[in-house]
Design a protein around this ligand. Structure first.
Ligand SMILES: Cc1cc2nc3c(=O)[nH]c(=O)nc-3n(C[C@H](O)[C@H](O)[C@H](O)COP(=O)(O)OP(=O)(O)OC[C@H]3O[C@@H](n4cnc5c(N)ncnc54)[C@H](O)[C@@H]3O)c2cc1C
Length: 378
């Protein structure tokens, strides 16, 4: 809540207290921009997509821009600045991606270029993959690529690392405060409206996750078709000791699973488009996921579940994040559309966004590939 005594004028107001908003607050304050306010509608940060992810760094990606962002983000996760968090933010538990025939040929051909682009990978025969994860049926795939330097992200440590350091450097954070309007004067952002009154800002950052399209509409910014898609995760007991297993990912079987708290976590990789909301799982989607697991690793199919949850992954039409100043409304800045990789790329998108706000350019990345202007709409 904003009380009458609280400040109402800032250089930068960030709307959204997920990993995107938190990482930007961190990287702005690292660059000396501390006149920053982060506003989050929920009573706690990370309640939506950020708190519901599979918490994985998996750099392999068929979209070149995403691969490059993940490699950059992976560097931050593997080696954050000294004192960033009390525990490592990345556990290199490994990710093993399974391939069927044509895709296996393609990945073998592409392997040198993937390594060249910064991702270490080890190609495995089905027998070698089964040696690592004995529950897999070897006849169900032609080969696997193991990413030994990727693995499990401690999202809690990462989120609170960003928020804690940003706060110590002077950035304010207000939870339980919803932005209900964006004030635009003569084509330039002037601030935001909340239930407790207006807050003036030179920059308003759209880090609103699944609500990014709604926030942009309030500002009459470029109408980028960002669509939230539901994704579900379940956890259950494992029949054997799975603690040393990598995550197993199979696009062909439309599922991934990984060790989690002594048991297993599985996603049926659902991708249901929907309006922004507090997403809930669909039992039928889960049942279909287990039917597919029964053909790949039948011994893992459980009788009961421990937990189930869903969250929204929000995509732009080309599935690449949208980062940059709006082409219509000056001072309205997009940090949205991270889809299924907002956690692992936060250590890349945060500094890119901070560069663009502070200097209007970045040396770290080809910002044109991320710009909201790529969809037209000026
Ligand atoms: C099941 C699942 C698995 C995933 N697995 C991975 C993975 O393994 N690795 C990975 O990197 N990524 C993964 N992702 C994607 C990742 O979770 C997202 O890309 C990332 O969390 C997006 O962060 P965000 O800050 O943009 O969004 P969010 O975390 O949703 O934060 C946006 C915040 O904005 C707030 N907000 C919205 N509108 C307003 C308003 N008007 N006023 C104030 N506050 C507002 C919301 O309350 C919300 O807290 C997964 C996602 C899901 C759902």
């Amino acid at each position: 809540m904003v009380s009458a005594s609280e400040r109402r004028r800032f250089e930068v107001v960030i709307v959204g207290g997920g990993i995107a908003g938190a990482s930007l607050a961190y990287f702005l304050t690292e660059r000396g921009v501390t006149d920053v306010l982060l506003l989050e509608r929920e009573e706690q940060p990370g309640y939506h997509a950020t708190g519901r992810s599979a918490a994985t760094l998996a750099e392999l990606d068929p979209i070149t821009t995403l691969h490059a962002l993940k490699v950059l983000g992976g560097q931050f996760l593997r080696q954050p600045p000294a004192g960033f968090a009390e525990t490592p933010v990345l556990l290199r538990s490994g990710v093993m991606v399974l391939f069927k025939n044509e895709m296996w040929d393609a990945i073998r051909a592409a392997a040198p270029a993937i390594e060249q682009a910064g991702t270490r990978l080890v190609l495995l025969s089905p027998a070698q993959a089964v040696a690592r994860v004995p529950a897999l049926l070897a006849e169900r795939f032609a080969g696997a690529a193991l990413l030994p330097d990727d693995g499990h992200i401690d999202v809690h440590a990462l989120l609170w690392g960003y928020l804690g350091h940003a706060k110590r450097r002077g950035a304010e954070q207000r939870f339980g405060t919803e932005v209900r309007g964006v004030r635009v004067e003569a084509g330039r952002c002037a601030g935001v409206a909340t239930a407790e009154g207006e807050i003036h800002a030179r920059w308003v950052v759209n880090a609103a996750g699944a609500w990014a399209g709604k926030l942009a509409a309030l500002a009459r910014a470029a109408p980028i078709a960002l669509v939230p898609h539901r994704r579900t995760i379940v956890t259950f007991a494992a029949p054997v000791d799975v603690r040393g297993w990598p995550m197993v990912h199979s696009d062909d079987d439309h599922l991934y699973f990984a060790p989690e708290s002594g048991g297993l976590l599985l996603s049926p990789m659902d991708e249901e488009p929907m309006e922004p909301c507090d997403a809930r799982p669909d039992d039928e989607v889960i049942a279909r996921g287990f039917a597919r697991l029964a053909t790949l690793a039948p011994s893992l199919v459980p009788q009961t579940l421990r937990r189930r949850w869903s969250g929204l992954r929000t995509f732009a039409p080309d599935r690449v994040p949208v980062v940059g100043e709006d082409p219509r409304v000056r001072g309205f800045f997009w940090l949205a559309g991270q889809g299924g990789c907002g956690i692992e790329t936060s250590g890349a998108l945060g500094p890119i966004a901070a560069d663009l706000i502070v200097e209007g350019r970045t040396e770290r990345f080809d910002a044109r590939t991320l710009s909201p202007a790529r969809f037209g709409g000026a």
